[in-house]
Structure formats: C-alpha cells, structure tokens
Design a protein around this ligand. Structure first.
Ligand SMILES: [Zn+2]
Length: 367
C-alpha cells in the first residue's frame, strides 16, 4: 500500500497492439460513492487479453488490460457495505468481483435477468486509461472497483492462484455447464482443454457426469485433463469422422448428453453436433470472435431434437457458484496448478509472449 500513501498507482499500459507495455503512474483519489479501491494482489492473463493485445478485438488505447483480478480492499466508498452474499466488505478484505459493471436499471437486468447483457455495460480491462479514475484494469497495482459491480469476499485460505480465474473462466464455465443441463450419469464431451475446458471437465464431474470426454490437439493438456476429471481424451488432430465414431462408441447407446465447445474453432461445430444423442444439448462458449462461420446440416438439429445454446459472460450468481465449487472441490482437483507462472508488473511483455505462445497455461501478473 506504499504507493497509495504516495498518492499514485502504477499500471502497465497497453498503448498499441503488439507494442511493448509502458509502465505509467496515475493519481490515486479517494474511492467515490459505490466504489471500492483495491490493492491488486494478482491478475491472470486471459486469452481475451491476448486477443486485445494482438489487435484481434477492439480495445481502447491507452488502456489497462486484465480482468481476472484478486485484491485487498484499501478504501470503501459510500454505500458499499456487503458483497453479493451479504458478507461485510471492509478495509483489508480480500475480494474478487464480476468482470463487468453496469449502470443500474435496464431491460436486460430487470426483465430478462441477464445483467451481463445490459446496454452500456462496461468491463474491467476494456476501458480507456485516459478516463478517470484511470485504474480499472488488472495489470496495475491498484484498481477502482466500480458501482454496479458484483463483489465477492474470498476465504483467506484460498490461494491467489485458485482465486484469480474465478471471475472469468470458472464463473463462465459455471454458466456453461448450467446451460448444458448436465445431470447425474450424463456423458459430456468438451472440445478444447485450455483453462475453460479443464474447469469444464471438473464442473461436469462435480455435477454428476459419469463420463467426461476431452478433445484437444495438445498432448500435455490432454494429460492434465485426466487430473481434472476427463475419463477419456482424444487428439483433436484425428479426422472428424474418427472423433465422432470414438465418442459415440464411448457414450453408449446413442451419443453424448451434452457437448461443450470451448476451443474457439468453428470447424468443430459440425462434428460436435454429430456426437450428441437424440435430445442432446450443444453449448458454444469458445467462438468469441466474429466471423465464426460454420457449415452445419440443420436437418440434424431438427431430426435429432438437439438444443443449441450460446453462452457469453455470466450472471453474478455464477461467480458465487464458482467460488463455492472451487472451495468444495479443491482437494479433488489441482486448481492451484492451473496458474503456473508468476511475473512482476515490469515483466509483463515476457508474460504476454509466454502466454501467447502457450508456453504457460495461465500467466499471473503480481504487481
Ligand atoms: Zn478472462
């Protein structure tokens, strides 16, 4: 908290795609009404941060990237008393929060119960650093948690490595596995065994799946998936027809109850649909960039009575569920190992290079 006393916060500023980050100082002011000032303990580099950095998705420059943030409360603004569950938010409390914030009543929140789709929604790590209070991203030593954010207090014995992915990967997969309607005894296929897929495998098991099949082209990720609940893993480099055949043979008698796409490649959608049993459910959660065009015989969807769903972001309840899931299942699954590299704020260029090249699973910035 030394910099708070000195009156400034330090941030790694994203000034242009694919250019080195610049370490800059921004003035710290008292937390305003509905705000919480946090000293950042850890922020992990998400695949979407890498997409922003590479210029593959629009993100303002200068900006402060990073939304998977864990930190300790430095100052509580007027009107903030409790977290999503009613636990007190005080100076010194360790918290995470929803990756987005919104500006009050709207149709999506009040009628549809989808606050994650509110008009005017803003996201941590996606705002201009020129706009006060400047510090609303994770790759900085302080962050102003904004009004309209769902805050969640963290148990002290949960490590930063276990806590940082909660508000992105884990909460998203809580929403995805809910949408997939996984029930006791189900057979579930997961296309893509990155961070989302690994949490997805563990969540499917925790929801009672009898069989989880993971598909990925990277051998070490398939090996890791076995420790996160995958009973069978298949090499995504196999011909699509072989993959469908092997999944259908494993998921007797009629195919998988649910298929989850978290690999980001629209080419897998046709084979994913072909793996499902009659009445099965397909959830798309990885094809997050536009132009994810795919060819699919929709007669198959009709004839097999399939459900096709998209999931993007999550409801605040999924953040609460994500925390409860990790706390209750951390002895069964090695969540802590998923965040496998730490970097100082000044080392952020190396961290992004390592993350982009998949040399690490989840890189963490420790400012
Ligand atoms: Zn993320």
């Amino acid at each position: 908290m030394s910099t708070a006393r000195e009156g400034f916060g330090r941030a790694a500023v994203f000034e242009a795609p694919n250019a080195p980050f610049a370490i800059r100082r921004y003035p710290l002011r008292p937390a305003g009404p509905g705000e919480v000032l946090v000293r950042v303990g850890m922020s992990t580099i998400c695949r979407s941060d890498i997409h922003s950095y590479q210029g593959r998705r629009p993100s303002p420059c200068p900006g402060i990237l990073g939304h998977e943030i864990v930190g300790r409360v430095v100052e509580v603004g007027q009107g903030i008393e409790a977290d999503l569950r009613g636990d007190p938010v005080r100076v010194g409390t360790r918290i995470t929060w929803t990756e987005y914030f919104h500006h009050g009543a709207c149709y999506h929140r009040d009628v549809l119960d989808m606050p994650q789709k509110c008009r005017g929604l803003e996201k941590y790590g996606h705002e201009s650093a020129d706009r006060p209070p400047h510090l609303i991203g994770g790759f900085a030593d302080h962050c102003y948690v904004q009004p309209g954010t769902g805050i969640l207090c963290l148990p002290e014995d949960l490590s930063d490595e276990e806590a940082a992915p909660l508000n992105c990967g884990v909460a998203t997969m809580a929403a995805v596995t809910e949408a997939a309607q996984i029930r006791l005894g189900d057979a579930v296929v997961i296309q893509g065994l990155g961070l989302l897929g690994l949490y997805g495998a563990a969540l499917a098991k925790a929801r009672g799946a009898r069989l989880v099949v993971g598909i990925d082209p990277v051998a070490w990720r398939r090996d890791l998936a076995a420790r996160f609940g995958a009973d069978l893993t298949l090499d995504a480099a196999l011909p699509a027809r072989d993959l469908v055949e092997q999944v259908r043979a494993a998921c007797r008698p009629d195919g998988a109850d649910a298929v989850i796409e978290v690999c980001g490649n629209p080419d897998v959608i046709a084979s994913g649909a072909a793996m499902l049993r009659a009445g099965g459910c397909y959830v798309l959660a990885g094809v997050v960039t536009p132009q994810a065009d795919a060819v699919l015989d929709f007669n198959l969807v009709l004839r097999r009575c399939l459900t096709l769903r998209g999931v993007h972001n999550y409801h605040p309840r999924h953040l609460v569920e994500a925390l409860d899931f990790v706390v209750s299942q951390r002895a069964r699954f090695p969540f802590r190992e998923l965040v496998d590299a730490r970097y100082a704020l000044e080392e952020i260029d190396r961290a992004f290079a390592d993350a982009a090249a998949c040399r690490v699973l989840r890189a963490a910035i420790v400012p």
